[in-house]
Design a protein around this ligand. Sequence first.
Ligand code: CA
Length: 311
Amino acid sequence: MIARRLLVVLLLVTGSAQAAKKTVPVAAPVPAAPVLPPCVASRVEPPLTGAPPAFRDCDGLPVMVALPAGHFRMGDVLGTGTAYEKPVHEVTLRRFAIGRYEVTRGEWMACVAAMACAAPGGDAAGGDPQLPVAELGWNEIQPYLAWISQRSGQRYRLPSEAEWEYAARAGLESQYSWGNLVEPACEQANAFDRAGHRGHPQWGWQIECNDGYASSAPVGRFPPNAWGLHDMLGNVWEWVADCWHADYEGAPVDGSAWLGAGDAPACRKHVNRGGGWGNHPRTLRLSNRDADETAARSDGLGFRVARDLGQ
Ligand SMILES: [Ca+2]
């Protein structure tokens, strides 16, 4: 009984001490962001013969490929696509740079460590740092773009949908970056395949070939396109800057992002491109389009960055 009384007294004393503390506002300690190494460009492997030059503004930031100014026909140039991909329209673009790879978990987690980005959802914060980061809504990507812009002194952003298709086509008007036939897909891109079916037997598609990856693959495991860009098709879908519009009627022809309201309320959905590991290889057509709610997260949805280049 005595012990219990002592405990009560102790609790009363402790409680009054806490009450007294409340009268003196004390700012919560703010953890200091780590000091980052200076932005120093690191060496980048030389590009493929005939591919545009690659560079990296700061060590740890995405490798970029400097694409030439040019023009191309955007959309369903082969007449095998959907109404979403029509009308075909000519787009003229200034030079710009785009990521050689999808942004990786390692690149993203450097931003998290610098306290500039939030951790992605699901299990996308762990595992192989060379896997593409996913599980991020469109808005959640913006702090990463701001952080690498601040680090490099350059203007990083998501590519526009037109820039994305220009980069993915790399001068071609074929169905895929490897030609018109779907059959070589397993050697060329990470889509749904026998490995995917083993990992996800509830999905009933029967794909005869095996690309070796049941879900996302570390970036760069599949051959690049003609401009040295990896995984434009397959692996994860990639968010782009544009709001969703159900066709190209009135789309910009200068390579800029189409930000006007395509669906009500304005910009409820954003476009993503390229197909992913959970899709039938036919989904990986160069002109194919999709969109998701702006806040949507998915383990099959990531992004790559773009940045302006001087003229
Ligand atoms: Ca696969």
